[in-house]
Design a protein around this ligand. Structure first.
Ligand code: ACO
Length: 376
């Protein structure tokens, strides 16, 4: 019988210089740098450069990239007009998908697949996607979008554009680290989706839109919002045990737990938990985090012996909640960070492209004869 790699588990589809994961040890490395080192010492802008160039920038290169991102922060007219039309009817992830395609429609160089132009597009998407989500949120909250500020980092500027208020130093740093943690993750489902689209030599905008659509699902990036809903449904610490027992008895999945690659705790969850402890000290919403800790502990007891541990989405829900971010923006925020990893993989793909076209084993009927519709 022909072997089928269900879910493509264990299949190597390409080589990459961007990311290495050791799922047994819980190790995550971006272009040679351990995620703990980057989370402790780096910035999202530096990590974007690292992914696009496989080395950290010097001061001049970092200033150049920062300038490029600033120059691309403004919303263009078409996206602005469409956002004003759709904010009431369209959810944030689909809004992002539409906006990315509109940005592509406006870019006369979208079909230029040279490395230099692709890097320009990657910076454009990184800067503009953040503005799109912030503007969308302002409009649905009954306010006009807040203009971006060039004196703020990418992370701080996004939080500023959401509320019109400059975030605290702690919020700036925590959000910056959250972006770093979500920036890249080897050949995950959304990155693969972007790669498949690019392999037809479709442009970077459409490949990104494919990735956004894939990230949206609750088995992937949509899990962070689903974790939030789980916390809301559990409500109290006393309810953790009955809630989980019932869920497991019904054979349902606990969101934010489990991973195709990690068979131990995802290092990103470890870092987010550390950040959570810091943010909780002053947050009026700390019960989301406290409840997450209780949930994590009870799951460890309940699922003992199974390789199911918190993934990146588990603590991002409560950390974002404590930063005051609305829950339906958690997955878009994932996209705002992962755009750097997606586009970095696209640079690799376009530089050495081959159409992605696997097979399916046919199991359907044979030798049927067509019968006209009036005789069926
Ligand atoms: N809760 C309960 N049981 C689980 C969970 C979970 N979250 N995840 C996996 N399992 C169980 C499965 O039921 C299955 O059990 P069985 O062998 O007894 O049938 C076993 O673990 C293996 O599950 P698979 O679905 O084969 O594992 P896969 O690698 O395909 O799935 C996935 C990985 C989708 C992440 C899964 O763990 C899951 O659904 N988790 C919840 C959703 C989630 O948090 N997604 C975010 C992942 S991180 C990210 O994408 C950014």
């Amino acid at each position: 019988m022909t072997e089928i790699a269900r879910g493509l588990e264990g299949v190597n589809v390409t080589t990459t210089k961007l990311c290495r994961i050791d799922g047994q040890k819980g190790e995550l490395v971006y272009a040679g740098y351990n995620i703990y080192d980057l989370a402790e010492n780096s910035t999202f802008e530096e990590v974007a450069f690292l992914l696009w160039n496989q080395r950290l920038p010097n001061a001049a290169e970092l200033a150049e990239l920062t300038g490029k991102l600033h120059a691309e922060r403004e919303l263009d007219d078409l996206v602005d007009r469409v956002l004003h039309e759709i904010w009431n009817d369209v959810r944030p992830m689909r809004t992002l998908e539409v906006a990315v395609e509109l940005l592509g429609a406006q870019d006369r160089k979208s079909s230029d697949l040279s490395n230099a132009q692709l890097k320009q597009t990657a910076a454009r998407l990184t800067a503009k996607m953040a503005t799109v989500i912030a503007a969308y949120h302002r409009l649905r909250s009954g306010h006009e979008p807040v203009a971006p500020r060039d004196d703020l980092t990418h992370a701080a500027n996004f939080l500023y554009m959401l509320t019109g208020e400059e975030p605290t130093d702690l919020a700036k740093r925590v959000f910056d680290v959250a972006l770093i943690l979500h920036a890249e993750h080897e050949m995950n489902a959304s990155t693969f989706s972007a790669m498949v689209t690019a392999s037809t030599l479709s442009d970077m905008y459409s490949a990104t839109a494919s990735a956004i659509g894939t990230l949206k699902g609750p088995l992937h990036g949509g899990a962070n919002e689903a974790v939030y809903k789980t916390l809301e449904a559990i409500k109290t610490e006393d309810n953790v045990k009955p809630y989980v027992d019932d869920l497991v008895a019904r054979g349902e999945r606990v969101m934010g737990i489990g991973h195709r690659i990690y068979k131990t705790t995802d290092p990103r969850a470890v870092i987010l938990e550390q950040l959570g402890h810091e943010v909780a000290k002053t947050s009026p919403d700390r019960w989301y985090f406290d409840l997450s800790l209780k949930l994590r502990d009870y799951l460890a007891e309940k699922l003992e012996g199974k390789p199911l541990y918190p993934n990146v989405d588990f603590f991002s829900a409560s950390v974002y909640r404590m930063l005051g971010i609305p829950s339906d923006l958690y997955t878009p925020i994932f996209a705002l960070a992962r755009i750097t990893g997606w586009t970095a993989h696209l640079l690799e793909q376009y530089a050495d492209n081959r159409l992605v076209r696997p097979n399916a084993v046919y199991e359907g009927a044979e030798n049927k004869k067509y019968v006209p519709v009036d005789r069926r």
